[in-house]
Design a protein around this ligand. Structure first.
Ligand code: ADP
Ligand code: MG
Length: 240
């Protein structure tokens, strides 16, 4: 298996006036191509901080974060932005769609940054909207879509660039139970099909069941890692 991301002794201290908050104490982890991971932990345990370091949105106070041989903590702001645009897809709890753009235009955005020609952008974005079951909502603005539909648009946007890694921070936090499982099924299926690494942050044990590995985060540290045995892989007689 190919390693895509390697964290060594990653620490993050936030200074609040006189106070120092160790959001991450010392995290050492490896992530491999095509696998689905869950960062599971209670509120305030450091999950989002960890995700933001790996996604190149924040820098560690100490430690190393290596993406395919490149040390992220040493990159300039410009190169970090480049890393995010080229290699990373994001799904947020609050969808983060641009309200004035249609569903299709929102999905096209990451391709604009990569200077893909307009015709190709449209084709690719439409293809992704189809993959998430929203081809008949392409011209709708976010306010004309349900929460679940908005999250589908944001999933299409996250994947349209074919990123190496997709980060999802509490992606179903604002959704009802049924929509939650539709969304988790969708995002894990697309990632598996394309052999992409998916890293989901959640506090929900049931969502974490969808991952190949559950990384338990507690007080800014990795408490333990559960590696799932998949029925489908181990029992060929079983078909879905
Ligand atoms: P989680 O995502 O697991 O709920 P976070 O990573 O958001 O946890 O936060 C971990 C800890 O770091 C919390 O105690 C939080 O208050 C603190 N923290 C997070 N971001 C900041 C920040 N920008 N400034 C100061 N403290 C922060
Ligand atoms: Mg969080």
């Amino acid at each position: 298996m190919k390693k895509v991301l390697e964290l060594t002794d990653v620490k993050k201290i936030y200074k609040m006036g006189e106070e120092r908050i160790a959001a991450l104490d010392s995290v050492t982890l490896d992530f491999y191509k095509g696998r689905t991971y869950c960062l599971l932990g209670t509120s305030g345990s450091g999950k989002s901080t960890l995700l933001n370091m790996m996604a190149g949105l924040e820098r560690p106070t100490k430690g190393k974060i290596v993406f395919k041989g490149v040390n992220l903590e040493k990159l300039s702001e410009v190169h970090l932005a480049d890393y995010r645009q080229k290699y990373i897809g994001f799904v947020f709890q609050s969808y983060n769609l641009l309200p004035t753009l249609t569903a299709l235009e929102n999905v096209m955005l990451p391709l604009i940054f990569r200077k893909v020609p307009k015709k190709v952008r449209k084709e690719k974005a439409m293809e992704m909207l189809k993959a998430v079951g929203l081809e008949n909502r392409a011209k709708h603005k976010p306010s004309e879509l349900s929460g679940g539909q908005q999250q589908r648009v944001s999933i299409a946007r996250a994947f349209v660039n074919a990123p190496e890694i997709i980060f999802a921070d509490e992606p179903t936090g604002n959704l009802d139970t049924k929509t939650t499982y539709e969304m988790i099924n969708l995002i894990t299926e697309i990632a598996k099909k394309n052999n992409q690494t998916l890293i989901i942050v959640t506090h929900d044990l049931e969502i974490s069941e969808y991952a190949d590995e559950i990384i338990h985060i507690k007080d800014g540290n990795v408490d333990k890692v559960d590696i799932k045995q998949h029925e489908k892989e181990n029992n060929n007689e079983k078909t879905v």
